[in-house]
Design a protein around this ligand. Structure first.
Ligand SMILES: Nc1ncnc2c1ncn2[C@@H]1O[C@H](COP(=O)(O)OP(=O)(O)OP(=O)(O)O)[C@@H](O)[C@H]1O
Length: 250
């Protein structure tokens, strides 16, 4: 279980002090997918970086199963917004990277590796380097790397944003399939309302900067495809839109 208690984070640049997140409380149950949605600049990436152990908060704490977050001891798969690929390593080496660091190359589940690469449609790109890939392809390599690690906690920062509509739906579905098999606790950040409704068992809405939690929704529409014209979906869409709009104005 992930617990974020009273978390505030700020950036200090020379004479400037930018508060990115203010007194955020949030919990994610074991095996749950929690989607965090909010306007651009509201602190979503900052929250994920603290959960990944890359950034420290000014106040508050982040606990994974009761222990302070520690990337060395916890198995955290992180898909950052800029994909986080190593430029001088091939696609294959990039995909192996996190699992290799954690467990050594010999322990990598090669069947799972082949399956993910095929389903993400990057199996023909394994010898290429990141500079030879499109944004959407780099995003899929980053997703493959995080999934191959078989993490206990998966942190995804707008992981499907560079994919075109058709591929996005396929990759979202693949993610749900893998999640159903491994039930990995997941925190996914997005500003796409449709994606939040499809992928979030729990949806947490953040206010505009500094990000505060304004609403937490247990989402009955989680994992349901082709529901865009159902009243329940339309109502949820309007509810989220209004909360986000209200927060931007307020
Ligand atoms: N390194 C930094 N130094 C100073 N300010 C920063 C830094 N990184 C982020 N910020 C500021 O902190 C706030 C939160 O940024 P963050 O990237 O977490 O937002 P976000 O919700 O992920 O945005 P987006 O949806 O556009 O990716 C913003 O006001 C941003 O300008």
């Amino acid at each position: 279980m992930i617990e974020v208690n009273n978390l505030s984070v700020s950036y200090k640049n020379k004479d400037k002090h930018i508060k990115a997140i203010e007194t955020v409380d949030l919990s994610v149950e074991e095996g749950e997918i929690c989607v965090v949605i909010g306007a651009s600049g509201c602190g979503k990436s900052t929250l994920l970086k603290v959960l990944a152990g890359i950034l420290k908060g000014d106040e508050g704490q982040v606990l994974i199963d009761g222990n302070e977050v520690n990337p060395k001891s916890h198995r955290i798969g992180f898909i950052p917004q800029n994909y986080g690929l190593v430029k001088w390593k091939s696609v294959e080496e990039n995909v192996f990277l996190s699992a290799k660091i954690k467990d050594g190359k010999k322990s990598i589940d090669k069947d799972f590796y082949r399956r993910i690469l095929k389903e993400l449609d990057i199996d023909k790109l394994v010898k290429r380097y990141p500079t030879q890939l499109s944004g959407g392809q780099m995003q899929r390599v980053s997703i493959a790397r995080a999934l191959l690690l078989k993490p206990n906690l998966l942190l995804m920062d707008e992981p499907f944003s560079s994919l075109d509509a058709m591929i996005r739906e396929e990759v979202q579905e693949l993610f749900l399939q893998v999640w159903k098999e491994y039930k990995v606790t997941t925190l996914l950040v997005t500003h796409d309302i449709r994606e939040a409704i499809y992928l979030g068992q729990k949806i947490v809405v953040l206010s505009s900067t500094p990000g505060k939690v304004v609403e937490v929704i247990d989402n009955p529409l989680f994992g349901k495809s082709n529901v865009e014209f159902n009243k329940e979906f339309i109502d949820m869409n309007i509810r989220l839109k209004n909360t986000l709009k209200g927060e931007r104005i307020g």
